[in-house]
Ligand binder design. Sequence first.
Ligand SMILES: [Zn+2]
Length: 186
Amino acid sequence: MFCPNCKYDYKPGIEKCPDCGADLVEKLEEPKPTVKKEPKFVFLCTIQDFVHANFLKETLEKNNIPCLIKSEGGMMFHPPSQVKIYVPEEKYEESQKIKEQLVERLEEPKPTAKKETKFVFLCTTQNLIYANLIKETLERNNIPCFIKSEGGMMHYPIPYSRPELYVPEEKYEESLKIKEQLVDDL
Ligand SMILES: [Zn+2]
């Protein structure tokens, strides 16, 4: 028999602890490991990329909010497209605020990407002289244009290389007309 308080082992027949007077028990209960209360994590938000997700994680942690990142699907060299952030339930409100502040900062209006002009092939010319002539004429008509010549170098154009002219897609029709006119003139 054991005393639940003193943990002493007593002979059978003794029912109370001589030391503390507690009722003896047949077995001592295993001391339960004090369960560390795990915070319950709740879903906070989805972030589109890892960099921002980590940034948010760091910011939350600086505010003493532990935080879990869960990413789906991504592999080492193919980062996941979406990252989910989880925070302790009792920190949810606080996290939400931090996140919103941060997202505002992250989503500052990006400088509108200058729309790249898509160049399309206009024609092949006999040589660089023609090519430059067409180029100049096009540019006089406010059509930007570039010459692509294979192999030739700036000061030593290969006579047999046929420079290609490229113009913006939206100027193609116009460029074609100008070019045809010019070729007729030539
Ligand atoms: Zn006792």
